[in-house]
Design a protein around this ligand. Structure first.
Ligand SMILES: [Zn+2]
Length: 278
């Protein structure tokens, strides 16, 4: 009997389209942890702790700032650091190798924009909970566009370093003049990523209605990620030819109806990806 690793190598070597889902466990494998009071947090926001009393990057993201200038001071630092200084990890290299010449879509709840920065096509990355790499206007009007966040963040950080941070430096919508904010689902005016949503629907429809083979590769998605897991569970219950590979340090509970289609690795994402691609 072939072992689990050979079994998934065989599946991933086939020309079957691959739907990758990735969450916190993948970020942590790249050295990004927004949940902890760690070096990154101290380096980027340490001087603001006495003012806001936050204890992680996540708490800084969700802090109810009094005004847009205060909010942008924090956002600019985060974007400048994570989007501006991203270095591709060995884990990401393994994933790139794995998906080379394949039809794929990466659906991720991670906002750090690392898949785009690593060179995956923007249309093949579905950031289910938004991203820090682009900005949008939250006023409700037509023709709103996503704007690249990094050049703006760099300008704001430079100005802050020179004690020259003023309201006029904040990015404005070209149409209505409102201050732009990161492309995150703050409210119902969030711009959903259309192209990659379409690709997700195509994968879903062909796997469920035409019985086309599809591989789902889940990388470090925690138990509490309904946005990312519910559509996958729905797909699996309807599609006969779908293989579901879970790589996660922690054991993930899957409904008994889809257990047969599931291969689970309770190990680090980085280790398994490296093993598969070596
Ligand atoms: Zn606007």
């Amino acid at each position: 009997m072939i072992n689990k690793l050979d079994q998934i190598k065989q599946i991933l070597d086939s020309p079957t389209p691959i739907l990758v889902t990735a969450s916190n466990g993948f970020s942590i494998g790249e050295g990004i942890n927004i949940f902890q009071n760690n070096d990154d947090f101290q380096k980027i926001l340490g001087d603001l702790i006495p003012k806001y009393h936050f204890n992680s990057i996540l708490s800084a993201i969700s802090y109810p700032y009094d005004n847009l200038l205060d909010a942008w001071q924090v956002w600019a630092r985060l974007i400048n650091y994570f989007v501006g200084s991203y270095h591709i990890s060995s884990q990401m290299e393994s994933l790139k190798q794995l998906l080379k010449n394949k039809d794929y879509l990466i659906a991720t709840s991670n906002g750090e924009y690392h898949f785009n920065l690593a060179g995956f096509n923007d249309d093949s990355v579905l950031a289910t909970e938004g991203d820090w790499g682009t900005l949008q206007c939250f006023d409700e009007h037509d023709d709103r566009q996503l704007v690249s966040s990094l050049p703006i963040a760099q300008k704001i950080v430079d100005a802050e370093n020179k004690n020259q941070l003023t309201l006029d430096l904040l990015p404005k919508c070209e149409i209505c003049g409102n201050v732009l904010l990161p492309h995150l689902p703050f409210n119902e005016n969030y711009l959903k990523p259309v192209l990659s949503q379409n690709k997700f629907s195509t994968f879903f429809n062909s796997a469920t209605s035409k019985h086309q083979a599809l591989t789902i590769l889940e990388l470090g998605v925690g138990q509490n990620h309904p946005n990312l897991r519910k559509p996958i569970f729905d797909m699996l219950s309807l599609a006969p030819q779908v293989n579901y590979i879970i790589i996660n340090r922690d054991h993930i509970v899957v409904p008994s109806s889809i257990k047969k289609k599931t291969i689970e690795f309770s190990e680090n994402v980085e280790d398994v990806l490296q093993e598969i691609t070596k």
